[in-house]
Design a protein around this ligand. Structure first.
Ligand code: FES
Length: 101
């Protein structure tokens, strides 16, 4: 992704760390939401809809809609309610992994 999407002027951020999404390294700031860090990295497709497999991603950004559901270190969580930490392993919830949703 080209331009930095985070506001920068006058903002002090926590250290930049690397975590992983679908096995790919992503940079984020420690403590920001996983959804925000992925969005800033240009990643919008967080899961597949269970019925038709359509791509889904962050919508409400406050833990209500469940559109940002991902798997983090083996647990299904809303990406907008999980904080970035170094080495976090985030996976897409795909049609194949959505059994029972
Ligand atoms: S974007 Fe709605 S729950 Fe995360």
């Amino acid at each position: 992704m080209g331009a930095e999407l985070r506001a920068s002027e006058g903002i002090q951020r926590s250290p930049r760390v690397t975590f992983y999404f679908a096995g790919r390294p992503v940079q984020g700031h420690e403590g920001e939401s996983v959804a925000a860090a992925l969005y800033a990295a240009g990643i919008r497709h967080l899961r597949d809809a269970p019925r038709d497999g359509a791509p889904r991603g962050m919508f409400c950004a406050m833990g209500i809609c469940q559109e940002c559901l991902v798997e983090i270190d083996g647990h299904r969580l809303e990406a907008c309610r999980a904080n970035v930490t170094a080495g976090l392993d985030v996976k897409q919830v795909t049609s194949e992994s959505s059994d029972g949703l």
